[in-house]
Design a protein. Structure first.
Length: 437
């Protein structure tokens, strides 16, 4: 008995549910019809129509089919994309076809009207599909263009990387188109065509003055110095300290190179400075010390001298220490490797290291560089302080420009192109324009 009751209840519930769905569908369909017929509001009609479809699986009423056809045909043009327009037209076509399945009277006006409307819908679908096809072609074209541009960018990047200079810093080019660059604490030389002349792998200190570049293994008391003459693009290592004096182990204080190619350093364990001609790649020494001393005595600059290179000023004896140019001679005391004084033969002035300058550089254009406790000054032939000379070689007037791309990477540009030697590369926008054409 209980089983029979449960079955009856299930059948009753199913029947009520079916009736309820049908009733809901009828309500929404009526709203849709009224929206079209009374208000000509197809947007509201579509909302009610789609809600009705939630309660029915298949349209069995030809009038409902025509309603659906009309709603989606009217609304397709209002859709924001061609894809949605096509979707609405296809739905309209579906309901038009559904009408033909339900209409038996092929001579009715509704049948003829639907046939004509279906042709219109089919033509519209073709038009929208053509637009979509063109849109897809354009999308594919742009996609190919993007891939091409990405490929060109990759090619450009590879080429640009080859033309880059790996450096933490590139300093200004000088008049002769050379510059010092630094990378990871080491210094090298590069020209304004981005060609590395000396790699930055060995030297930890660099200086440049009046057309010459010095690279040293260390700033103080270097044991290895490479010099580069930017006037002729040649360079070499200074002779090792031991070649200057068997007991010398480093170059000591290194003065600035001068425009005449002369460089002065003060090696340890030596009784005279190293004077080196950077143009002729040779050590410069007084050829005949006795003749120089003789001339100094004749001019009453010194009191006495002997064949061993000793001279006497007033009551003190000194060892002759060579010639820095401009008549300036270092003087040493017996047994000492440190300069004691500098004799200015132009007027007999004596510059004592204790009270004046510790180190003097090479003479050029009436000036010598002086150093006292790390401070630099400039003097003339008799020790009078003068103004610092202008480095005429420091002004670059070429076309190349140094551009930092990112940390550790520089590029040299000339006439809006990246250059390296004889190779050139346009900037990326120009490169892309050229190949896009």
């Amino acid at each position: 008995m209980k089983k029979i009751t449960l079955v009856l209840l299930f059948i009753s519930a199913s029947t009520l549910l079916a009736q309820s769905k049908e009733d809901f569908a009828k309500v929404f369909l009526k709203r849709a019809k009224n929206a079209v017929q009374e208000d000509i509001d197809f947007a509201s009609a579509r909302i009610s129509f789609e809600k009705a479809l939630e309660y029915i699986d298949t349209i069995t009423d030809k009038e409902v089919a025509l309603l659906g056809r009309s709603i989606y045909l009217d609304q397709y043009e209002l859709q924001p994309t061609e894809e949605l327009k096509l979707d609405f037209l296809q739905k309209s076509l579906k309901y038009s076809k559904q009408y033909f399945l339900l209409e038996n009277n092929k001579r009715s006006d509704a049948f003829s009207d639907n046939l004509s409307t279906q042709i219109t819908i089919t033509d519209l679908i073709k038009e929208v599909k053509q637009k979509l096809a063109l849109k897809e072609q354009e999308r594919l074209r742009k996609e190919r263009e993007v891939r091409k541009i990405d490929s060109l960018k990759a090619v450009w990047s590879i080429q640009a990387e080859k033309l880059s200079v790996i450096a933490d810093t590139i300093y200004n080019f000088n008049k002769n188109k050379f510059a010092i660059f630094e990378n990871k604490g080491k210094f090298g030389i590069v020209n304004d065509k981005a060609i590395t002349v000396v790699k930055a792998t060995e030297f930890s200190f660099a200086s440049s003055f009046e057309g010459y570049i010095l690279l040293q293994d260390k700033q103080k008391n270097p044991t290895k110095i490479y010099y580069f003459n930017t006037n002729n693009g040649s360079g070499n290592l200074l002779p090792p300290p031991s070649d200057i004096s068997p007991l010398a182990t480093h170059y000591g204080q290194v003065m600035l190179p001068r425009g005449n190619g002369r460089l002065v350093t003060y090696p340890n364990n030596c009784f005279e400075p190293l004077v080196f001609d950077l143009n002729q790649n040779k050590v410069v020494r007084v050829a005949n010390v006795e003749e120089v001393l003789k001339a100094l005595k004749k001019n009453d600059i010194i009191k006495k001298y002997n064949k061993d290179g000793e001279l006497k000023l007033d009551k003190e004896r000194y060892n002759f220490g060579g010639h820095l140019g401009g008549g300036v001679h270092p003087l040493y005391q017996e047994g000492s490797y440190n300069v004691f004084a500098y004799l200015c033969s132009v007027d007999g002035t004596v510059l004592y290291v204790d009270s004046d300058l510790e180190y003097l550089g090479a003479f050029y254009e009436n000036k010598l560089q002086g150093i006292k406790e790390g401070e630099v000054s400039w003097i003339n032939q008799n020790g009078t302080e003068v103004s610092e000379p202008k480095d005429k070689s420091a002004i670059y007037d070429g076309e190349s420009k140094i551009v930092k791309i990112e940390d550790g990477i520089y590029r040299i540009f000339s006439q809006d192109k990246i250059i390296k030697g004889d190779e050139t590369l346009e900037k990326l926008p120009a490169f892309l324009r050229k190949f896009k054409k």
